[in-house]
Design a protein around this ligand. Structure first.
Ligand code: NAD
Length: 494
């Protein structure tokens, strides 16, 4: 923080693993209260200079950061794979999607401009400004250690704020790499700070009087807690939570394309995406054929070390792997039909030890899943795809709308009328029409409905600019004798 790495003042540590070997590779010092104070103080001090740094200078630094990120994204992807486990091509994809927001921020000045009304009243002009908030905090999850922070900090910094990022303690190194890129790009010390830690660091940020806002992404219980705690402390908050994303396949869909999409959306990044397809809603008449096509495709997937050209990597930790495997057991016990059992996977690992100790779970497919089973009602966040059969469009729509989450959803159909109706009727924030993982491009905003988002502001796009700025409206006149005289009435325009 403030341009230097510090070991932290606390005694507590966390373990970081390489999920493809199961070996502990790093020990992370977890921030104590004093470290939170130091990080926020560094950001607060830097804010005084950064808020008045010209838009032109900020843009120059953003362009330099974008170039460095683009040149070095291969290294960043390797760092992500070594701690998260996702395959390298997927990690590269994550960096590229984050880079979109950096590029948006490079050109964001036209969204920071205000409006001007000349002669709103006689010889009175009115204009608006957008100003930075101050010190903003970002608290991010393990599953996108580069992209999720990049949903927020490029716009926050471009708008003149200073940042304290609290990344996930499971894969902390991407944030350090990004901090070094900012330094190399010429960002003044203290504008972008990384605070490593757990609940102590989070609570410190939520309660700190000098933190103006919180951008949180993680599971729903923590998102709700962060929203309630930070708003109670007077902060602006956007808290993005968990998900259960459905993909509805109508009988007229191209079933080969739908099967490809279900496999890609369900098992990409081992299902550890907040936009992963986890519930495949198939209309009865095509369900058998669709399940058969998915099963054929799953048999061709190679699960293994993300650095060995595999399709799917391990899960992030041993505990998470066991939790997901527990859901597979629960699904069997609750009566769902286990079509592919990922617990039997033989991984493509670096050596026998890695094959035995890595956090492996292969793609798992359940059919005939009931809406009351835990594999349907809960977010599993692993490579488990559940097929729920429905009689038709309306039953599928009702199922989706009754779900407590509303992050992403997809419909597969060749019927434009059905797709249009779905777009209008579905109670979900991000909709894909023949697109399984409909993550919006950077200049639109990302966010779900219902328990997938607390607060009303989505990430990036124009909503991101709005979140990281405050509006101010100035009413101005330059006095002349005609403005004299007493009038205690409410000001009116003429
Ligand atoms: P998580 O909620 O466990 O952790 C997220 C962050 O909160 C981390 O930085 C962590 O250190 C912190 N945290 C954890 N427990 C805490 C506590 N008790 N008090 C205060 N802070 C705490 O989430 P995760 O396991 O890292 O990430 C996976 C979850 O994130 C999934 O539920 C996924 O759907 C969700 N997610 C959502 C989106 C979205 O856009 N809606 C995007 C990515 C991930």
């Amino acid at each position: 923080m403030a341009g230097a790495s510090t070991p932290g003042s606390g005694q507590r540590v966390g373990d970081v693993y390489d999920p493809a070997t199961g070996r502990r590779t790093k020990t992370l010092a977890l921030a104590a209260e004093a470290d939170v104070q130091a990080a926020v103080a560094a950001a607060k001090e830097a804010f005084e200079g950064w808020r008045d740094t010209s838009l032109a200078r900020r843009t120059t630094i953003l362009f330099a950061f974008r170039e460095l990120l683009n040149q070095r994204k291969g290294e960043l992807a390797q760092i992500i794979t070594a701690e998260h486990g996702k395959v390298v091509s997927d990690a590269l994809g994550e960096v590229s999607r984050g880079q979109e927001i950096v590029e948006l921020a490079c050109g964001v000045n036209h969204l920071l401009k205000g409006a001007f009304a000349e002669n709103a009243s006689t010889k009175v002009d009115v204009y608006s400004l957008r100003q930075p908030l101050g010190v903003v905090s970002i608290i991010s999850p393990f599953n996108f250690p580069a992209m999720v922070p990049m949903w927020f900090f490029p716009l926050a910094i471009a708008a003149g704020n200073t940042v304290v990022l609290k990344p996930s303690e499971k894969d902390p190194s991407a944030a350090n790499f990004i901090a070094q890129l900012w330094k190399d790009a010429g960002l003044p010390d203290g504008v972008f700070n990384v605070l490593h830690g757990d609940k102590v660091a989070v609570d410190g940020l939520l309660e700190h009087p000098d933190v103006a806002s919180v951008s949180f992404v993680g599971s729903t219980p923590i998102a709700r807690y962060v929203y309630e705690s930070a708003t109670r402390h007077g902060k602006r908050v956007q808290a993005l939570g968990g998900a259960k994303n459905h993909m509805l396949v109508l009988p007229d869909a191209d079933l080969d394309l739908a099967a490809d999409a279900a496999v890609n959306g369900g098992f990409g990044s081992a299902g550890e995406r907040c936009m992963a397809v986890s519930a495949l809603v198939a209309v009865d008449s095509i369900a058998d054929a669709l399940v058969e096509k998915i099963t054929e495709r799953v048999a061709t997937l190679r699960t293994g070390d993300g650095r060995r050209g595999c399709d799917m990597g391990p899960l992030v930790t041993g505990a998470h792997r066991d939790k997901v495997a527990g859901y597979v057991e629960a699904g069997v016990a609750e009566g769902a039909e286990l079509v592919v059992d990922g617990r039997e996977v033989v991984p493509d690992a670096a050596d026998d030890d890695a094959a035995a100790e890595g956090f492996w779970l292969g793609p798992t497919l359940f059919d005939k899943v009931g809406a009351d089973m835990s594999i349907y009602t809960e977010e599993i966040f692993g490579p488990v795809l559940s097929v729920v059969r429905v009689g038709g469009y309306q039953e599928g729509l009702d199922l989706i709308n009754a779900n407590r989450y509303g992050n992403g959803v997809a419909i597969f159909t060749n019927d434009g009328g059905a797709a249009r109706r779905f777009r209008n009727e579905v109670q979900v924030g991000m909709v894909g029409i023949n697109v399984p993982v409909p993550v919006p491009v950077g200049y639109f905003s990302f966010g779900g409905w219902k328990q997938s988002l607390f607060g009303d502001t989505h990430a990036h796009g124009t909503e991101g600019v709005h979140f990281f700025t405050r509006g101010k409206v100035v009413t101005e006149r330059w006095l002349d004798p005609s403005h004299g005289g007493l009038n205690l009435g409410f000001p009116q325009n003429d």
